[in-house]
Design a protein around this ligand. Structure first.
Ligand code: HGY
Ligand code: MN
Ligand code: MN
Ligand code: MN
Length: 393
């Protein structure tokens, strides 16, 4: 089943897979999921925030819920998100084959915009569900061609007036378990291919806009320029050095847009995004402050100005100790693993008992076409998830 997913959204330009939320590729995977769930006799519905719920048993408070996402980063891998969704379906197959009759309902969920690749805020669906983002702010978010989340949500059947906190839906989650491909090499090449997640690194994204003087590349002497690209180049190095000075910090500039972006044009503005992470939220805040200060100085030297905007931040999360402990007891060979990647389970952990399972990725590389899971490890993951769900039902 998993292999039937691992070709959807191939990106001929970037390589890898690009499945922005509500793109044709992501909508194709949503349709695939609905069809697979209905084939298993699950009741499928989409809630006010675009989260898909597939129910085994009546919709009820305190259900056992598992799921992940189907959207991707640009040029990403095939497994980040879809592995958790496909494994949840496979786990339902295994539970049914064992003749298990759930004592409480089980639901599989698919969260929209986990990557924040289209509208800029990661885990947008689970943040809306839990009220962790202001709904009006979410509706005003724009994608790279200026479409608002409100417009895109509306054209995908949602009513923007109802987008926002959904306490009734949240009450239906008694426990949440997300299976995910490992994004790192904590599991290594040998030993068990499954780990139990125990924490998510605090992480956020900040937009730095650098304003200069747009001009003609041929008629403007070098001494007469206020070139934001020159400032941006130095700021990228400042990000690198600031993070290198903080053990265990990670800071990345993976996206930068010169405006207007002409080969023979000195940019008038550069938008760039900093992704910064550290186990200690105060250290991340200090790191960003340091980067901002350096950016202001560098920009001034180039005759430019800088504006910093925080787009989203998630504190470091430690998963529910009792749930994680119960799962650990069910999977005695699985090590506990902290993750540097954000997940919807990390957002939900602030509201309902949540936990994660990770499946070995031999190279550890993720957000890249090199992300991979072997059939054997994928099967082991689905079996481990089935065992955990059976133990929690
Ligand atoms: O960015 C992250 O850590 C996650 O993959 N959304
Ligand atoms: Mn993911
Ligand atoms: Mn991801
Ligand atoms: Mn658009």
């Amino acid at each position: 089943m998993l292999r039937s997913l691992t070709h959807v959204g191939q990106d001929p330009v970037r390589g890898g897979y690009s499945r922005p939320v509500y793109s044709t590729a992501e909508l194709d995977l949503r349709s695939w999921f609905r069809e697979q769930a209905q084939r298993r006799g699950l009741d499928v519905e989409t809630d006010r925030n675009g989260i898909i719920w597939a129910w085994w048993g009546p919709q009820q408070d305190g259900a056992l819920v598992t799921g992940s996402h189907l959207d991707s980063v640009p040029g990403g891998g095939a497994y980040d998100g879809p592995l958790g969704v496909a494994s949840a379906l496979a786990a339902v197959d295994l539970l049914k084959a064992r003749g298990i009759k759930p004592a409480r309902s089980l639901a599989i969920t698919v969260f929209p915009e986990e990557e924040g690749s289209r509208f800029g805020v990661a885990c947008l669906g689970s943040r809306l569900l839990t009220g962790s983002i202001d709904a009006d702010r979410a509706l005003r978010l724009r994608d790279s061609d200026g479409d608002t989340f409100a417009d895109v949500a509306r054209s995908n059947g949602l009513d923007p007036r109802h987008v926002g906190p959904d306490p009734d839906a949240l009450a239906r989650i008694g426990d949440f378990v997300e299976l995910h491909v490992e994004q790192g090499i904590g599991l290594g090449a040998n030993g068990p291919g499954i780990a139990v997640g125990n924490s998510v690194l605090g992480h956020g994204r900040w937009k730095l806009s650098i304003y200069g003087q747009g001009n003609h590349a041929g008629t403007t002497l070098m001494s007469d320029r206020a070139d934001p690209m020159v400032a941006a180049a130095q700021i990228i190095m400042a990000v690198r050095h600031a993070a290198a000075r903080q053990p265990d910090a990670r800071a990345t500039v993976g996206r930068m847009i010169p405006v207007p972006g002409g080969t023979n044009v000195i940019a008038s503005r550069v938008d760039m995004w900093v992704d910064a992470r550290h186990p200690n939220d105060a250290v991340t805040a200090h790191l960003v402050e340091e980067i901002h200060g350096r950016a202001q100085r560098v920009a001034a030297e180039e005759g430019c100005t800088v504006k910093l905007t925080e787009e989203s931040y998630s504190n470091t999360v430690h998963f529910d100790a009792s749930l994680t402990g119960r799962i650990g007891a069910m999977l005695p060979d699985a090590p506990m693993l902290a993750t540097g990647a954000g997940h919807d389970a990390g957002v939900l952990a602030g509201f309902v008992p949540s936990a994660m399972l990770f499946v070995r990725n031999p190279s550890g590389i993720s957000h890249s076409p090199e992300e991979h899971v072997t059939d054997a490890d994928a099967d082991a993951g689905a079996t481990a998830l089935a065992n955990v769900l059976a133990g929690l039902l």
